[in-house]
Design a protein around this ligand. Structure first.
Ligand SMILES: Nc1ncnc2c1ncn2[C@@H]1O[C@H](COP(=O)(O)OP(=O)(O)O)[C@@H](O)[C@H]1O
Ligand SMILES: [Mg+2]
Length: 204
């Protein structure tokens, strides 16, 4: 079982959006996917509760129970686990990062978001774990995201070559408890998520 931890101290960066959409992408690619929601707000679990199809989400209310939860999932035959975390760099983020094969860090291409990334990047550095920054909610023109790539290079964390654009489909799909690939299979958001999944799976 390969484990993705979605981590960022910044609220609204797109952790839950990424967790849900990557989980659906994995499922559509034939993986058996389970999600773990470690955020007390339970946004991911709420999203999962609104659907009848897999992937399901399991709530973990204490970071120390994560390893056990992952072990159970491994025994159940899941091939991918996606962990969503609260907007904090604390023991929850640390446990999640420790457990993961890849730490995924969503970041909006805006200066305040980029500056706020330092404590999150430290989590990666302290562990020498594979990690990737995923630019999320980018402008369709791409110009601001190109600048962001240059600005983020100081962190020396790989930046995924696939970016997610700011699109209504991400919000509309969430309302329907779907991934964008389910909500609008031929849409641009679906194309971006599919390409991002391909890139991420190649890093694992
Ligand atoms: N690429 C995107 N396009 C449009 N809206 C987005 C995008 N990514 C996230 N959002 C919206 O931004 C808000 C915050 O995203 P969320 O995934 O909840 O962030 P986090 O979990 O990091 O706090 C949500 O309302 C979500 O629907
Ligand atoms: Mg969230």
């Amino acid at each position: 079982m390969k484990i993705l931890a979605i981590v960022s101290q910044k609220g609204g960066a797109g952790k839950t959006t990424l967790a849900a959409n990557l989980a659906v992408a994995g499922q559509l690619a034939g993986e058996k996917v389970v999600m773990f929601d470690l955020d007390p707000q339970h946004s991911l679990a709420g999203w999962a509760n609104g659907r009848s199809a897999a992937p399901a989400a399991r709530i973990i209310d204490q970071a120390t129970k994560l390893m056990q939860g992952l072990e159970v999932a491994r025994r159940e035959g899941f091939t991918i686990a996606v962990i969503d975390t609260p907007p904090a760099v604390d023991s929850v983020a640390a446990f999640s990062a420790d457990a993961s094969d890849l730490i995924v860090i969503p970041c909006r291409p805006a200066i305040l978001d980029m500056r706020a990334l330092a404590p999150t990047v430290r989590i990666v550095r302290d562990r020498a774990k594979p990690a990737a920054i995923v630019l999320n909610a980018c402008r369709p023109s791409g110009s601001s995201s190109d600048e962001a790539v240059a600005g983020l290079s100081v962190y020396k964390v790989p930046i995924a070559p696939v970016r997610l654009t700011y699109r209504a489909a991400f919000q509309d799909a969430a309302t329907a408890s779907q991934g964008v690939q389910e909500f609008e299979p031929k849409g641009r958001a679906a194309g971006e998520v599919g390409a991002l999944w391909q890139w991420i799976i190649a890093q694992l």
